[in-house]
Ligand binder design. Structure first.
Ligand code: ADP
Ligand code: 5GP
Length: 215
């Protein structure tokens, strides 16, 4: 019996910058256990980093093009993040939905964009990625070596506001060991755990560390 293709699952990944969501998203795409997963390529006005490829990592655009697309209702969501504009185009979602065999689409977006996508697509799965500690987050961002000191400070400064939103997510995954985090992410996409319980303690510990550092 033939039937309509199952709907493509929308999977939103959020985290503070440097927690590892891009790394985890790339691994998902390469996992042979999860065929039919695609990555939503966002538009951004941020300059490309060394090694980033236009059309694969982002559509790198200038502000005029971003704003004209926005005015034409071309974005399913958009936000200013760390001083740059980012958005998911409606065209990108339609493109992935039209791919034969497509089962899921991964969005690597910030919490403001997640809220907008959920409003538009209430069945979207929301997954929050946390670093194991503040020190690890800072070390990962520094070791990535892609930001100026000023931008690194901005990203670390914005991290607390993102982590404060953890309770609006379906799953919270702590990215300490990469293989374990990948396995948990896979389970979440397949409709099993890990839920939020294990991540809540880490989120609360991170928030307490920030509070202490500010006091
Ligand atoms: P994000 O997309 O959340 O900003 P990235 O995926 O770019 O973060 O990861 C930040 C840095 O941390 C990268 O250099 C990446 O290689 C590294 N990284 C990611 N996950 C792990 C992990 N589990 N253990 C060690 N390093 C990691
Ligand atoms: P980066 O500059 O490190 O690639 O991304 C910075 C932040 O912007 C990350 O939190 C990333 O998830 C977010 N981001 C990337 N693309 C989009 C998008 O299309 N929309 C929104 N709202 N955020 C995005």
């Amino acid at each position: 019996m033939s039937g309509a293709a199952p709907p493509v699952q929308l999977v939103i990944l959020c985290s503070p910058s440097g927690a590892g969501k891009t790394t985890l998203a790339r691994r998902l795409l390469q996992d042979p256990d999860l065929p039919g997963i695609h990555f939503s390529v966002s538009h951004t006005t941020r300059p490309a980093r060394d090694g980033e490829v236009d059309g694969r990592d982002y559509h790198f655009v200038d502000e005029a093009l971003f704003r004209s697309t926005l005015e034409a209702d071309g974005f399913a969501e958009h936000a200013t993040v760390h001083g740059n504009l980012y958005g998911t185009s409606v065209e990108e979602i339609d493109r992935i939905r039209a791919i034969p065999g497509a089962r899921a689409v991964i969005f690597d977006i910030d919490v403001q964009g997640a809220d907008q996508l959920v409003e538009r697509y209430p069945r979207a799965l929301r997954i929050f990625i946390l670093p194991p500690s503040l020190a690890v987050l800072e070390a990962r961002l520094r070791d990535r070596g892609t930001e100026t000191d000023e931008d690194l400070a901005l990203r670390l400064g914005n991290a607390v506001g993102e982590v404060e939103r953890y309770d609006t997510f379906d799953h919270i995954i702590v990215n300490d060991d990469l293989d374990e985090a990948h396995d948990r992410l896979k389970s979440a996409i397949r409709g099993h755990g890990p839920g939020r319980e294990a991540g809540v303690a880490v989120a609360e510990a991170l928030l307490a560390q920030w509070k202490e550092a500010r006091a």
